[in-house]
Design a protein around this ligand. Structure first.
Ligand code: R1P
Ligand code: GUN
Length: 296
């Protein structure tokens, strides 16, 4: 399952070329929507969308709440591409497949990647409905060698040993907090550390206690591989976790988490997340110039 075989630069290029032959949109910003957060894609103007099953080389989404569509369009004068549904390691995709879209985005000319996810909170002061700006992550699968960059390095994308110390852009984190204050939602927001675990089961109480002691603020089953690959190829990254549940970390607590609960909690706040992301895209500066906007 976790084959070391990397998807080659040529294979990524083939998919990018196919997409560029199907739409004149040339995205500057890519957005990966977390569980239940796919409605963000519906806000794009002049939309052109593709089912993942129609895109050469693309894996399929198998998780409820991940529609499986790639949507191109305009948002606040910027050209965007939005993944309505991401790929997770636990679905059985290799990590190279899981992160394949990120490299395709790079080849499409994307400069900034926005990742969103639904996550459980460990921090005492993060409640369901809160939004955590990801300032750093712990990539548990990566720490034991389940890393999308394992295998021969693809020098065309980036170096063998990429630094990860600044992988969540500080300027965008500050801008998001400023926007949250202006939108009156600052009380819902704080920065924190996201940990990726392999899933698909949720945490045992002992695992939850361990994560808590390690200083992890929120936990989920995605995002870190995408961010590692994005940082490797020089994309600027911004990440948000929508807190959908408290992780049960006491044997006295009879609460239990479910994916259905995660989806309904994320839908309750999806509009707030949307507004934040829309304004962030509107206010962020992009270095590469826009090549097209009005044609589909
Ligand atoms: O990380 P996203 O895709 O938002 O999804 C989160 O929600 C699912 C569990 O309910 C897991 O896939 C977890 O990673
Ligand atoms: N691992 C994990 N992933 C989640 N995604 C949403 N909530 C959770 C959670 O509590 N744990």
């Amino acid at each position: 399952m976790h084959s070391k075989k990397q998807i080659s630069h040529d294979e990524c290029q083939e998919t990018a070329d196919w997409l560029m032959s199907q739409t004149k949109h040339r995205p500057q910003v890519a957005i990966i929507c977390g569980s239940g957060l796919g409605m963000l894609a519906d806000t794009l103007k002049c939309q052109v969308s593709f089912a993942y099953s129609d895109i050469p080389g693309f894996p399929q989404s198998t998780v409820q709440g991940h529609a499986g569509r790639l949507v191109f369009g305009e948002l606040k004068e910027k050209t965007c591409v939005c993944m309505q549904g991401r790929f997770h390691m636990y679905e059985g995709h290799s990590l190279s497949k899981t992160t394949f879209p990120v490299r395709v985005f790079k080849l499409l000319g994307v400069e900034t990647l926005i990742v969103t996810n639904a996550a459980g909170s460990l921090a005492d002061d993060l409640q369901p409905g809160d939004i955590m700006i990801i300032k750093d992550h712990v990539n548990f699968p990566g720490l034991v060698g389940l890393n999308p960059l394992s295998g021969p390095n693809n020098d065309e994308f980036g170096p063998r040993f990429p630094a990860m110390s600044g992988c969540y852009d500080k300027g965008l984190r500050c801008l998001a907090m400023e926007i949250a204050k202006q939108q009156g939602i600052a009380s819902l927001m704080q920065e924190g550390v996201y940990a990726m675990v392999g899933g698909p089961n949720f945490e045992t109480i002992a695992e939850a206690k361990l994560l808590y002691r390690l200083g992890v603020d929120a936990v989920g089953m995605s995002t870190a591989p995408e961010v590692v690959v994005a940082a490797h190829c020089g994309l600027r990254v911004f990440g948000l976790s929508l807190i959908t549940n408290k992780v049960v970390k006491s044997y006295e607590d009879s609460d239990s988490v479910s994916h259905e609960g995660v989806l309904s909690a994320s839908q309750l706040r999806s509009h707030t997340v949307q507004q934040l992301v829309i304004d962030l895209i509107g206010r962020m500066e992009i270095n590469n110039s826009k090549t097209t906007n009005n044609a589909v």
